[in-house]
Design a protein around this ligand. Structure first.
Ligand code: UDP
Length: 324
């Protein structure tokens, strides 16, 4: 089986993807600096603690482990923080990625799956959003991903580095059977924050009720982390089979408002979600829903989790432990 290097494999989506790669028999090496990831999210013997910026160590790891392809998750991901500390985001997400690509080029590794984001589309003119929609991010986080996508286009042309860019919509849920969960510090994501409010009784804040949506709250496409992980598997298979560079949206294709998420969380937990209403959060588009026809038709991907309650239910056991 091919050898895959997973950067950021100790993080949320990374650890779920590593779990699926191992289940399918891939040889997996995880590279993570543990700045936001967790040692115990990676199965024994797979973790190499190293910075992406240490090009020589990364090159040696790629050569030593005979890596065939890389899945690159390592990245800062908080939209709000990226608007306050843009330098931190451009340095880590863009320069860190370029350092990785340099090591890959030196080691002769020419296949990459890259974690991109729906944030590359900014405020789309219409939804669902196809991959051909205008690229016009409205926050620094989204811009970092656009910049890396552009670097990858050049590296395909100039270095023969083939890449699949996966533009994630809203990752959520967990794989309790795999002992995996979402553990961002600080937590900024909606579903874990609502579950936290249920456990602690401390109200969460709904950011904005005056959006141009039917109930006034933002609409997002919530995609289960295991379905996202599966998208990485089909993307790696595509590249290993000689497939060309592509960008794909990864979402369910249906949107839920913040109020609808609240109703699902109340249904699953059987308890009210303590909440208050606050102003809009800077950089939040009103509606982001994926058109993922391309991923479905070209790579045969289909999401298994299609209803929000199932997604929330998968996260509930670990979130109860986390906030107790
Ligand atoms: N949101 C909210 N309160 C929170 C966190 C998020 O109302 O405490 C809203 C946010 O404005 C967005 C949606 O929930 O409309 C999803 O936000 P999240 O941070 O989970 O993901 P993002 O869309 O930023 O990737």
């Amino acid at each position: 089986m091919p050898n895959i290097l997973v950067t950021g494999g100790a993080g949320y989506i990374g650890s779920h993807t590593v779990h699926q790669l191992l289940k399918r028999g891939y040889a997996v090496t995880v590279l993570d600096d543990l700045s936001t990831g967790f040692r115990d999210a990676v199965a024994e013997g797979h973790l190499h603690i190293c910075s992406l910026f240490d090009t020589e160590q990364v090159r040696q790891l790629l050569v030593r482990q005979k890596i065939d392809a890389v899945i690159h998750f390592a990245s800062f991901i908080a939209v709000g923080e990226s608007t306050k500390e843009p330098e931190k985001y451009f340095t880590n997400n863009v320069s860190g990625s370029i350092a990785l690509f340099t090591a890959m080029s030196q080691a002769g590794v020419d296949k990459l799956v890259f974690s991109s984001t729906a944030a590359v589309y900014g405020n789309p003119v219409s939804t669902p959003i196809p991959e051909t929609a205008a690229i016009q991010p409205v926050n620094a986080y989204g811009e970092t991903k656009v910049m890396v996508e552009r670097v990858l286009a050049w590296l395909d042309q100039l270095r023969g580095l083939r890449s699949v860019k996966l533009r994630y919509f809203n990752a959520c849920g967990a794989n309790p059977a795999g002992g995996l969960s979402e553990r961002h510090v600080p937590e900024t994501h909606l579903i874990p924050l609502m579950l936290k409010a249920v456990v602690t009784g401390q109200p969460m804040t709904i950011f904005g009720t005056d959006y141009p949506t039917p109930d006034g709250t933002c609409i997002r496409d919530y995609i289960h982390v295991d379905d996202l992980a599966k998208a990485h598997i089909v993307a790696i298979e595509h590249l290993l089979a000689g497939g060309a560079s592509e960008a794909f949206n990864v979402g369910t294709g249906s949107g839920c408002s913040v109020r609808e998420v609240l109703a699902a969380v109340e249904k699953v937990t059987g308890q009210p979600v303590p909440h208050s209403f606050g102003p809009r959060r800077e950089g939040d588009p009103a509606e982001l829903v994926a058109d993922s026809t391309k991923l479905r038709t070209q790579l045969g991907w289909t999401p298994e989790f299609t209803d929000l309650e199932g997604i929330v239910a998968s996260a509930w056991p670990s979130e109860q432990l986390r906030w107790a």
